[in-house]
Design a binder for this molecule. Structure first.
Ligand code: SF4
Length: 266
């Protein structure tokens, strides 16, 4: 089954253990205000453009974001980095967007990678039918699971969707015996509030042994130019909403005190 991806990045060091190749699948049902990958949202290939004014003349450049690929084409790319993945204890991460927006393609990719002995990780918002999680479970070595905002109306305001599905899936997944690493985006006034951090802590604390590590992902605005290129309205919070290192350390310490391992920056 072919699928749509928008990037394959070798030498990734923030998407799970070791050195990894990250495959970015296109399509996401969320619209997080802080998203730096808006090119992932639309499930199909799309054109993006930019114009440069030089000496009063406008030059336009356009590109297509996303391409249709087969499982075998993706595997051929992945195999190129096999040695470095194995030597570093790394593997392959399927990210997005939300990779479970293409459940059949993702399941085939995972199975192919698993059968070739790769360590596989799925980076997910959790917002997908449980049956899709069941389908990929046997071929996934590690889940990278986003927990963003515990208050449901605030989650809807910040991401465009309710958190109910993601929280229910988490509660199921954590009992399936697979490692689950949590990822929390830190945006001041949105996710990095004391109330939200305490609520996340209360939700995760009973599962400290299964989770082990939490990745804290400080907000950045590196993707802001992509909104212009895609003709999208940018609602990214202001630069000031990146928490200071001391605030991140303080949040990290709250989770450390509860027994979690913390990694800053993924
Ligand atoms: S889940 Fe990730 S890719 Fe989707 S909108 Fe949120 S930050 Fe962007």
């Amino acid at each position: 089954m072919p699928g749509i991806i928008f990037d394959i990045k070798p030498f990734a060091i923030h998407d799970g253990p070791g050195i990894r190749t990250t495959v970015f699948l296109k399509g996401c049902p969320l619209r997080c205000l802080w998203c730096h990958n808006p090119e992932s949202w639309h499930p199909e290939p799309e054109s993006a453009g930019k114009s440069i004014i030089l000496d009063g003349r406008e030059f336009r450049e356009s590109e297509t974001i996303g391409r249709e690929v087969t499982v075998q084409e993706v595997m051929a790319e992945i195999r190129k980095e096999r040695i470095i993945m194995e030597e570093s204890g790394g593997g392959i991460t399927f990210s997005g967007g939300e990779p479970l927006m293409q459940p059949g393609f993702l399941a085939e990719l995972l199975e192919a990678a698993w059968l070739e002995g790769f360590h596989t990780a799925v980076d997910t918002s959790g917002h997908a039918p449980k049956s899709d999680f069941e389908r990929i479970l046997p071929y996934t070595s590690l889940f990278l699971y986003d927990i963003k905002i515990m208050d449901d109306p605030l989650h809807t305001a910040g991401t465009g969707v309710s958190n109910q599905l993601a929280l229910e899936n988490f509660s199921w997944l954590i009992h399936q015996g697979k490692p689950v690493r949590i990822r929390i985006p830190l945006v001041r006034n949105i996710t990095a509030t004391r109330e939200n951090i305490n609520a996340i802590l209360g939700f995760l604390s009973p599962h400290v042994r299964q989770i082990g590590q939490i990745d804290l992902l400080p907000y950045h605005r590196n993707g802001i130019h992509k909104y212009r290129k895609l003709g999208l309205v940018c609602q990214m919070p202001p630069r000031d909403d990146t928490p200071e290192p001391e605030e991140i350390e303080e949040i990290g310490q709250i989770f450390r005190d509860a027994g979690f391992r913390i990694k800053k920056g993924g």
